[in-house]
Ligand binder design. Structure first.
Ligand code: ATP
Length: 283
């Protein structure tokens, strides 16, 4: 039996460069791991794949992406056994935090260890990308640039650990529907990706916080005015920067002071009954 932490991510930036012939989009994103994580337990059983997760809206069958990851490993490596996967879900579902992708990444790593397959990180990332575009990033984690459809990963200097407040409205958002509504030629405000990378190199957290940018935000915010209200709330309560993560609806605020962040957490927890709040650090 093996137990692994599957970490959530936020996007410090998200740019959509073009739409591809196959329907996917070419992206350029800076990803950052959070302390927030699901816990995945993987156990060897005689045959087949079993999955259990008590969280609402997470499938307990072959449509769970963690199941697909296990199935891929069992078939690809001809394992003469099955696996039972148990997911203790702490990452909000359909939230823009890569909850499913990170579970799948943990399953690939866990099966590799449990059955002593000896695959290195690059090999696991190659398998991961055949299951989902965000999985290669989730296998590596940390601070990274993700390009292509999200699967081409370049490690970046680690972002300094700072307080992060996640504010997740009590509804989920379908990533596919957000991309469908995006009009790429009408995007005016794009992330300054190279400048953000320079800021990571010189550990300039304030530059990063001032230049957070996600081109999907206006699409989700047009549907849900709550997104802009949360951003305003976070800035008013002392966040040094705030944007929506991924396709949303989670909005995060970055803070440079633990006490200010904790106070904001306390106030918003009371005033924002329409959201789930999480106080953590990146890293
Ligand atoms: P991303 O940030 O990669 O776009 P997300 O955080 O917005 O992903 P997920 O939490 O991965 O979204 O959930 C998207 C959908 O995937 C949900 O509707 C859920 O039913 C389904 N799903 C399948 N497997 C899982 C899993 N292991 N954990 C969470 N959701 C899962």
């Amino acid at each position: 039996m093996i137990t692994l932490n599957a970490h959530a991510k936020i996007n410090l930036s998200l740019d959509v460069l073009s739409k591809r012939q196959d329907g996917y989009h070419n992206l350029k994103m800076i990803m950052q791991t959070l302390q927030l994580h699901d816990t995945i337990t993987i156990q060897e059983i005689k045959s087949g794949i079993e999955i259990e997760c008590e969280a609402a809206y997470v499938p307990n069958n072959s449509s769970n992406i963690a199941y697909k990851a296990a199935e891929k490993m069992v078939v690809k490596y001809g394992l003469d056994a099955g696996v039972r996967i148990s997911i203790d879900k702490k990452i909000p579902v359909a939230a823009g935090l890569a909850g499913g992708s990170t579970d799948a990444a943990a399953v690939l790593k866990g099966v590799n260890s449990l059955f002593k397959l000896g695959l290195d990180q690059q090999e696991l990332m190659e398998i991961g990308k055949t299951i989902g575009a965000d999985i290669p990033y989730c296998i590596r984690g940390g601070t990274a640039l993700a390009e292509g459809i999200g699967e081409l990963i370049t490690p970046l200097p680690r972002m300094e650990p700072i307080p992060v407040l996640l504010v997740k409205p009590r509804f989920g958002v379908s990533t596919a529907s957000v991309f469908k509504s995006l009009e790429i030629d009408k995007i005016t405000d794009r992330p300054k990706t190279e400048l953000l990378i320079n800021a990571l190199q010189r550990k300039d957290t304030h530059f990063i916080a001032n230049n957070l940018c996600n081109v999907l935000e206006s699409v989700t915010a047009a549907r849900y005015p709550l997104i802009d209200k949360i951003k305003k709330d976070l800035i008013t309560k002392g966040a040094i920067g705030s944007i929506m993560s991924g396709s949303g609806p989670t909005v995060f605020g970055l803070f440079d002071d633990t006490e200010v962040a904790k106070k904001a957490f306390g106030i918003l927890k009371k005033s924002r009954n329409d959201c789930i709040l999480t106080y953590i650090t990146n890293d």
